[in-house]
Design a protein around this ligand. Structure first.
Ligand SMILES: [Zn+2]
Length: 101
């Protein structure tokens, strides 16, 4: 199992999983609960994981191609450290925890 993508919401996570399945890459969504109960409002974003680590590179390029299509409306911030894309409201990179300027 390897985390490949952090989605903005569950809909986007499902889109990415479908995209990967079209490429015959088994993937699943983790951390998809919107609230964790007991009045605790966890800010959690659904993560997409590939089941086989060997698929990670192929999955990444499929997602890159997918994101390039939607680039016109995307407001993602590219991490200055690792170049991973982060949602505009993130302060720290989800992949490497670098400060997003
Ligand atoms: Zn980073």
């Amino acid at each position: 199992m390897k985390r490949i993508y952090l989605a903005r919401d569950i809909t986007q996570a499902h889109l990415v999983v479908n995209l990967l399945e079209q490429q015959l890459i088994p993937a699943k969504i983790e951390n998809s609960h919107q609230a964790s109960g007991l009045g605790e409002l966890a800010v959690s974003y659904p993560e997409v994981w590939v089941v086989r680590e060997a698929d990670a590179k192929r999955a990444r390029s499929a997602i890159d191609a997918f994101e390039a299509l939607g680039r016109a409306t995307a407001d993602d911030i590219a991490c200055p450290n690792c170049e991973e894309l982060n949602p505009a409201n993130f302060d720290l990179c989800w992949a490497c925890s670098a400060d997003l300027e």
